[in-house]
Design a protein around this ligand. Structure first.
Ligand code: PEP
Ligand code: MN
Length: 366
């Protein structure tokens, strides 16, 4: 059972100005003092308050650009002093944490390869003990919600209360256009369990290409997520890492301005009354659906007893195929998708076979 998280509301961190999206932007990697300063100035001029840059880069192949290391922290310090932005970077070990604390880095995040590793997460949590800096945790590379929650729990137990998450999608072997599979349902599940946890999306690593940034960012906003972490570089095509997915500060502003932000909720009285009435209808329909399903299961049990008494096998695939075909046809006629109807009926069938088996093995009779 997951523990509850004791967190400080993001409004009290003093990092972001609302309204949504709270935005964190900056290059994939800090490459040189000039590149960091030019990008930071471009972002600060466009109203971005939180700057990111990778100092230690987890790369797939050795020999790729692995980050500039500690000297880059001095550049981040300069960004902070000259632009007033808050600065953050990725940490993947206790040593990284100590270096960041030494240079006054305002916030750190765990990368997707780190949050997937409980040993590292514990080591980092211990290094953060008794500090007050906010920590954001990217989802693990694999779609494992409990592992993600476990990483949050380790930090929270170590006293990190300014805690948030970044959804950057999951590694996949599926053939999809994006670099990582969005797996939004996992984000929604986490959001539902911890509604107060500040929730960012990282459309850059999810999409892997500039051309997907708008659609992914819009989707994150439509799902009610709080913020975005977007990679931005003063000269994206020359970037030493993730060149294809970075945006100039000017293009980032265009992107942010084209997002349609719908209110998470509305205090408007007419809206409230309208939505309450619609929700009441849904509740009623759900009740009816459940009663209907229960009646259907009763009949299934009767069929189970009948088959048993006549020594007939439970599973009769021909009959089921006919049922599904008929259902798909009816679904089409009432404007439901065939796929949806098929999925629902497969679940019903599975349960029906289970209750009939129960009867065969001497379980409760209809
Ligand atoms: C990054 O933010 O630069 C990064 C390496 O991201 P991820 O951990 O999501 O791959
Ligand atoms: Mn990157």
């Amino acid at each position: 059972m997951a523990m509850t998280l004791d967190i400080v509301p993001v409004g009290e961190w003093g990092f972001f100005t609302l309204p949504r999206p709270m935005t964190i932007a900056g290059p994939c990697s800090a490459e040189s003092e000039e590149q960091v300063m030019e990008t930071a100035r471009g972002l600060a001029e466009r109203g971005i308050h939180v700057f990111r840059a990778g100092i230690w880069k987890p790369r797939t192949h050795p020999g790729s650009f692995e980050g500039v290391g500690v000297p880059g922290l001095k550049w981040l310090k300069r960004v902070k002093e000259e632009t007033g932005m808050k600065v953050c970077t990725e940490v993947a070990s206790d040593r990284h944490v100590y270096e960041c604390l030494k240079y006054g880095i305002d916030m750190v995040w765990m990368g997707a390869r780190t949050s997937a590793n409980p040993f590292l997460m514990q080591q980092i949590a211990d290094a953060l003990y008794d500090t007050d800096i906010p920590v954001l945790v990217k989802n693990p590379v694999n779609p494992d919600l409990d592992l993600w929650i476990g990483a949050l729990e380790r930090l929270n137990r170590a006293g990190v209360r300014k805690l948030g998450v970044i959804h950057r999608g999951f590694s996949t072997t599926e053939n999809i256009p994006y670099r990582n599979s969005p797996g939004w349902q996992i984000a929604i599940e986490l959001r539902t369990r911890y509604p107060d946890l500040p929730f960012f999306a990282d459309p850059s690593h999810m999409g892997g290409d500039r051309k997907y940034l708008l659609e992914l960012s819009q989707r994150a906003m439509d799902l009610g997520l709080d913020g975005l972490m977007v990679e931005s570089h003063c000269n994206p095509s020359c970037a030493l890492s993730d060149a294809k997915q970075q945006l100039t500060p000017a293009d980032l502003l265009t992107l942010l301005e084209s997002l349609q932000i719908r209110a998470k909720d509305s205090g408007d009285r007419d809206y409230r009354e309208g939505i309450d009435a619609l929700r009441a209808q849904i509740d009623l329909i759900d009740e009816n659906l459940l009663n209907t399903l229960a009646s259907r299961m009763d009949v299934s049990r009767k069929i189970g007893s009948y088959k048993r008494d006549h020594n007939v096998a439970i599973l009769q695939t021909n009959r089921w195929e006919q049922v599904v075909e008929g259902i798909k046809e009816k679904a089409r006629r009432c404007g439901l998708s065939e796929k949806f109807a098929e999925d629902v009926y497969n679940a019903i069938h599975e349960e029906s076979v289970r209750v009939q088996n129960e009867i065969l093995s001497g379980g409760p009779e209809a």
